[in-house]
Design a protein around this ligand. Structure first.
Ligand code: 13P
Ligand code: SF4
Length: 345
C-alpha cells in the first residue's frame, strides 16, 4: 500500500487512475474516480492533461479510453489478462457474416447496429462504420430509442439480456419482436421470415457472472427476508429482471441504496466486490448478495494491488507498461459510435 501511495505521489498529475465498481477494495482505494462504464468513458475523455490513464477495469474499457483520449495520452491496463468473456462472444468476422446475411436478405439497410460497451474496439468500429451507436447499461434505452429513429430494426451486440430487457421492459416491445441470433449456426439459426419480422436481433452473448442469478434466487430471498427489495443489473436474465423491484447499472445500484431508508433490506444481483463494498458502507441497512453461489468476476479480479503497484512503479521508472493501443483506422470508426453515445439526449 505504501508503495502505491509513493508511486502515485511521484507521478502527481501526470497519472489519473480510473476504477470500475467491480474492482477489489485494495485497488479501488487508489482510484481518482470510480464509476460504471459510462461514467468512466466520460471521465477518460475529460482528462486531456493526464499523460497516463491507468485503467483498473477490463480490456474493452481500456480500449474505449484509448479511443476517447488524445493521441499523446497513454492508457495502461495493469494486467493484460483482464478481459471480458461477454466481449469475447462477438468477434468481427462473425458480425460481418451476420451483416452479409442481412444484406443478402435485403434488410441490412433497415437495421441499425447497437453494441454494448462490453465489446471489442473492432465491434465498436463495425458499429461506427454502419451508422450505429455504442451503449452502456445506463443509457441502453436512450440508445435504442435513437436507433429506432434511424431505422426499423436493431442488431444488438453482444449481450442478449441487456438487449432483451431494454427492448421489452423499457421500450414496450414484446418478446416476439426479438429473435436470438446464434453466430455458430448458419443464418444465426433463424429463418429468413424470422429475421424479416424481427424488430430486435439479439446476439447470443451473455455475462457469465450475471447469467448465474436465477428466478429461484429471487424467490428464495423473498421467502427468507420478507419485504426485501430486489435490485439487479440488466445483464441478468429476463425472468430475473422481470421479478426484481429495481434494475440498473452499477452506478444506479449504488445511488439507489445510498438513498434508501435505514433499516431497509436489499438483495443485490451484481458482482460480489461491489455488493460487499455497498454492505460495508451501509451498516444501518440490510444488504445481501442475491445468490451466495455467484462469485467475483474473475477477469475484473485480475487487477490486484501488486499489478497496480507494478504499473505505477514502471511509469515512475520512465517505462510504459501494458499500454492499450487501438489502431488508428479502427479507433476512427469506433469513435463515431462512442461519440454518438456521448451525444445521446
Ligand atoms: P456497468 O456499466 O453497470 O458498470 O456494468 C458494466 C459491466 O458489466 C462491467 O463488466
Ligand atoms: Fe464481463 Fe460480466 Fe465480468 Fe462485466 S461482470 S467484465 S460483463 S464477465
Amino acid at each position: 500500500m505504501a508503495r502505491a501511495t509513493a508511486a502515485k505521489a511521484a507521478l502527481g498529475d501526470r497519472v489519473f487512475v480510473l476504477g470500475h465498481h467491480y474492482q477489489r477494495d485494495e485497488v479501488i482505494q487508489f482510484a481518482d474516480v470510480t464509476g460504471d462504464s459510462f461514467k468512466l468513458a466520460r471521465e477518460a475523455a475529460a482528462r486531456p492533461d493526464a499523460e497516463f490513464i491507468v485503467f483498473c477495469g477490463v480490456h474493452f474499457m481500456a480500449e474505449s479510453a484509448d479511443i476517447l483520449t488524445t493521441e499523446s495520452q497513454r492508457v495502461i491496463l495493469p494486467d493484460l489478462a483482464a478481459g471480458c468473456s461477454m466481449a469475447d462472444m462477438a468477434v468481427l468476422g462473425q458480425v460481418e457474416r451476420c451483416w452479409d446475411t442481412l444484406t443478402d436478405l435485403g434488410i441490412a439497410d433497415d437495421v441499425v447496429p447497437v453494441t454494448y460497451m462490453n465489446s471489442s474496439a473492432d465491434i465498436k468500429g463495425f458499429v461506427g462504420r454502419n451508422r450505429g451507436v455504442v451503449c452502456t447499461s445506463s443509457n441502453a434505452k436512450r440508445a435504442l430509442t435513437w436507433a429506432f429513429e434511424q431505422g426499423e430494426k436493431v442488431l444488438f451486440l453482444p449481450d442478449q439480456h441487456l438487449g432483451r430487457n431494454t427492448a421489452v421492459l423499457e421500450m414496450g416491445l414484446s418478446l416476439d419482436d426479438c429473435v436470438l441470433y446464434d453466430p455458430h449456426k448458419p443464418q444465426g439459426g433463424l429463418t429468413a421470415e424470422q429475421l424479416r419480422a424481427a424488430k430486435v436481433i439479439l446476439w447470443r452473448g451473455h455475462c457469465s457472472v450475471h447469467g448465474r442469478f436465477t428466478l429461484d434466487s429471487v424467490n428464495d430471498v423473498r421467502e427468507r427476508v420478507p419485504g426485501v427489495n430486489v435490485l439487479v443489473h440488466p445483464e441478468c436474465k429476463h425472468e430475473v429482471v422481470t421479478a426484481a423491484d429495481y434494475v440498473g447499472s452499477t452506478e444506479y445500484i449504488i445511488k439507489t441504496i445510498d438513498a434508501a431508508p435505514a433499516g431497509s433490506a436489499w438483495a443485490v444481483g451484481t458482482e460480489l466486490n461491489l455488493v460487499r463494498r455497498i454492505a460495508n458502507a451501509h451498516p444501518d441497512k440490510q444488504i445481501m448478495f442475491l445468490d451466495k453461489t455467484v462469485c467475483y468476476c474473475s477477469t475484473m479480479n485480475r487487477i490486484d494491488l501488486p499489478h497496480l503497484v507494478w504499473a505505477l512503479e514502471e511509469l515512475v521508472a520512465g517505462r510504459v507498461p501494458n499500454q492499450i493501443v487501438v489502431d488508428a483506422a479502427t479507433a476512427a470508426d469506433a469513435r463515431v459510435g462512442l461519440e454518438q453515445m456521448l451525444a445521446l439526449p
